[in-house]
Design a protein around this ligand. Sequence first.
Ligand SMILES: NC(=O)CC[C@H](N)C(=O)O
Length: 152
Amino acid sequence: MSKLLELGGLLEPLTAKIHNGTPTFGTCAGMILLASEVKGTRPDAHCVSALDITVRRNAFGRQVDSFETDLDFKGISQPVHAVFIRAPWVESVGDDTEVLARVPADDDKGAIVAVRSGHGRGNVLATSFHPEVTDDHRVHDYFVSMVEESMA
Ligand SMILES: NC(=O)CC[C@H](N)C(=O)O
């Protein structure tokens, strides 16, 4: 993903736009791109460093280890059904990064799978899972609220 952005001359303007405050939501590979540190990636991969997080690519295993589960998501009242497709997880977060969801604690040690910058005020959201493949729009609604707050 970062290679294509670089080849297309988009990496620099996209990075600048995100750092200038444009609300941004990354899912899965998008989370990896937004991270400040990435484990298990190519040495020449770039990241946008819009979130102070360390992520590990393919952390839950190979394509056949893709799975679905229900998650508690901070700011959304009922559990969210989450689809993980060869997903990354977040290994650590900086002081200014809010953890919004983890996989259930008995699975994969309760790994962090949703984060937001700036403790409820930041403009950058990322999930390890793919809310765009379900009919549940609540995570997208959460992002729309972030966009509205950024314009208030
Ligand atoms: N569904 C996805 O976006 C998968 C991401 C991919 N496994 C990666 O590490 O780049």
